[in-house]
Design a protein around this ligand. Sequence first.
Ligand code: NAG
Ligand code: NAG
Ligand code: NAG
Length: 484
Amino acid sequence: MAAPNLVKALVLCFLLQRSLLFVDSAIGINWGTRSSHKLPPPVVVDLLKENRVGKVKLFEADPDILRALMGSGIEVMVGIPNELLGVLGSSPAACDQWVSRNVSRFMDKGGADIRYIAVGNEPFLTTYQGQYQSLVLPAMLNLQQSLVKANLASYIKLVVPCNADAYQSVSVPSQGAFRPELTQIITQLVSFLNTNGSPFVVNIYPFLSLYQSSDFPQDYAFFGGSSHPVVDGQNVYYNAFDGNFDTLVAALSKIGYGQMPIAIGEVGWPSDGTPSANLSAARAFVQGLVNHVLSNKGTPLRPGVPPADIYLFSLLDEDQKSILPGSFERHWGIFSFDGQAKYPLNLGLGNAALKNAKDVPYLPPRWCIANPSLDPSAVANHIKVACNVADCTTLFYGGSCNAIGEKGNISYAFNSYYQLQKQDARSCNFDGLGMVTFLDPSIGDCRFLVGISDSGSPVGCTNFCGLWIMALWILSYVRILNVL
Ligand SMILES: *[C@@H]1O[C@H](CO)[C@@H](O)[C@H](O)[C@H]1NC(C)=O
Ligand SMILES: *[C@@H]1O[C@H](CO)[C@@H](O)[C@H](O)[C@H]1NC(C)=O
Ligand SMILES: *[C@@H]1O[C@H](CO)[C@@H](O)[C@H](O)[C@H]1NC(C)=O
């Protein structure tokens, strides 16, 4: 008797766990919006659903995006920009207002499933020179009170996404420690997180390690084993991700929170703009990472324990991001700006490969190029102006359009600007040096983009055409009724 019951119980357990794993999948994605060609939020939400992505992280609390996420079943982390930390920390009323305007009103039945609020974004980053450091905790304490008042405190958790530069190690991961000037603040922060059952959220970027130091072993950045493993006592590290993760585990242990759950707020690999950012490297890294996480192997310091959640960086390319970090910065998406998969990727969520966005409201298929008869010496200033506002980062060394020649460069810059201006005819003038073409000038891997209309409906189907479709639809309906 006992044996079959046990088997049944085990099977049930297994099924339950499988379904839990499916619903509560660990892989989520960052959805940033610094793009001049924004996909309409409902198109992006469909893209997430088609790809079975169940968690999304936002950098703000954009009302249009939250509205599109309502009823989708997708779990959401909303973000509070660092610039707001000061006022939120000094005013409980401002926190109440922030929570009610940006969270509560989207959370009715059938609303958006907001689970986390990210208080600041990498507020301890070294380059901020401490300007946000002391503002984080006061803001968190006030926000927590606002959540309690709004009856949301048991459902929504506050977190603080930290850059991995908050901790360091003189040598091996087990020597990890928080930066001395942060130790006190992070100890208080972690104590708060621990009390509320929130994870520590960290952004880890092996790409930047490789990009910033020429002697960083190439294969250590990926997940295929390394000829330069890091030996740390009994533990051996074969990839930078695990090494970095365990440096954090060691740093947390040092302040007494060695068991603190860790979620990855951002991790990814860019695909363009510099030699080490290319499609095959991006695919290898992201697929390797997903497989590694889903294998549940964990890390040497946390064997068998994968990160709590992991948010890929990122969903879409964003052509308006600052390129101060490097010209790869606009190319982190696993999809291009228009929701088209850049490479095959199995996210372990049920689809063998990424599915593309549907119903993308492209502008008409036309491009602006350099007039073939132009004198290239006359255009330097035009290019500068165009590339100052539009994106030309694929032209740089290591970019996908770096080898298209001088005229190609000019055409690319003209077109980027023309699409940024929503194909306004005047924006292809360039003192008579530009011309519009209906033939796609893309060359090999170098894609000349067609922009996205921000009116939301596909161009060519304006209100008038919408009325037409409705009329036809009503007509056909009437005819069906007649037949019946
Ligand atoms: C969030 O709330 C603040 C404060 O009420 C407000 O200023 C801000 O515009 C809101 N953000 C969004 C994206 O609605
Ligand atoms: C792509 O990037 C990888 C890793 O950064 C590098 O090893 C490889 O040479 C690059 N491929 C090309 C074609 O540049
Ligand atoms: C095209 O522009 C890029 C970026 O400025 C430059 O590196 C490249 O040399 C240019 N190509 C030609 C043929 O001028």
